[in-house]
Design a protein around this ligand. Structure first.
Ligand SMILES: [Zn+2]
Length: 247
């Protein structure tokens, strides 16, 4: 029995439900070649721009550009969250979900908070890189490596300034510094773990930031690259990272 909200639970439920059938309960679909088309349930329209791909079990609306899989469809149509969609679809598919034990729930909560913190850090570093005078060393490094802004933005590169910039940013936002410590973003003295480095997010296939690898900008820095310490979202060596600035 897969545990509620685990990746296994999503995979098992997804394998047992058919997106086309789920959509058809809300949208009249017409088959054209291998695909299905209908009027989008998420925006007003007179001609069908809502497209379902049964092979990939994915949907996309050419009108409002909403898209996703069976879970996102149910989330939107039933106005629930991801977990709610999982529960609805699990019932439908006859997949029984095991409740989380208190320890598992704590672990899941911590992971969620860590992910939120890492996302925030990536946004902050990216902002510093492009918008702040403090981002200058990062911009210079990219320029010297001929990394175009477009590429840098695709990988959501950022710059961690010297000192306690991130801690101050969190304080200003009323966010927990403890979570930032847990996420490996800060040292105990409040300085930034990646200070004076170009921060490169390590992301999973859904684009969630799990950790950072960070390249020194200063020549006298001993270690050219450092990685996030192990955290609730990241264990070294597990995740493959796609951009090599080492050369
Ligand atoms: Zn639409």
């Amino acid at each position: 029995m897969p545990t509620l909200s685990s990746d296994d639970a999503f995979a098992e439920v997804k394998a047992k439900v058919d997106l086309v059938k789920v959509v058809q309960e809300h949208v009249r679909l017409t088959k054209r070649n291998k695909d299905y088309w209908g009027l989008c349930p998420f925006h007003q329209e007179d001609s069908p721009s809502f497209h379902v791909n049964p092979q990939r079990q994915s949907w996309y609306c050419f009108g409002c550009e909403r898209k996703g899989d069976v879970f996102t469809f149910v989330e939107l149509i039933e106005k629930t969250d991801k977990r709610g969609a999982l529960q609805l679809l699990a019932e439908r598919a006859g997949v029984e979900l095991k409740k989380l034990s208190p320890e598992q729930k704590d672990k899941a909560d911590l992971r969620k908070r860590t992910l939120a913190m890492l996302k925030l850090a990536a946004q902050y570093y990216e902002y510093v890189l492009w918008k702040m005078p403090a981002g200058e060393p990062g911009r210079r490094l990219l320029e010297s490596r001929h990394v175009a802004e477009e590429t840098a933005r695709r990988f959501q590169l950022g710059y961690a300034p010297a000192g306690r910039g991130f801690a101050e940013y969190l304080r200003a936002k009323g966010r927990s510094l403890a979570d930032a410590l847990e996420a490996g973003l800060m040292r105990r003295d409040g300085t930034d773990f990646f200070a004076e480095r170009l921060a490169i997010p390590i992301r999973d296939e859904r684009g969630q930031v799990l950790a950072f690898t960070a390249r020194a900008v200063r020549q006298d820095e001993q270690k050219k690259y450092i990685n996030s310490p192990d955290s609730p979202t990241y264990i070294k060596g597990r995740v493959i990272f796609g951009l090599d600035l080492a050369r």
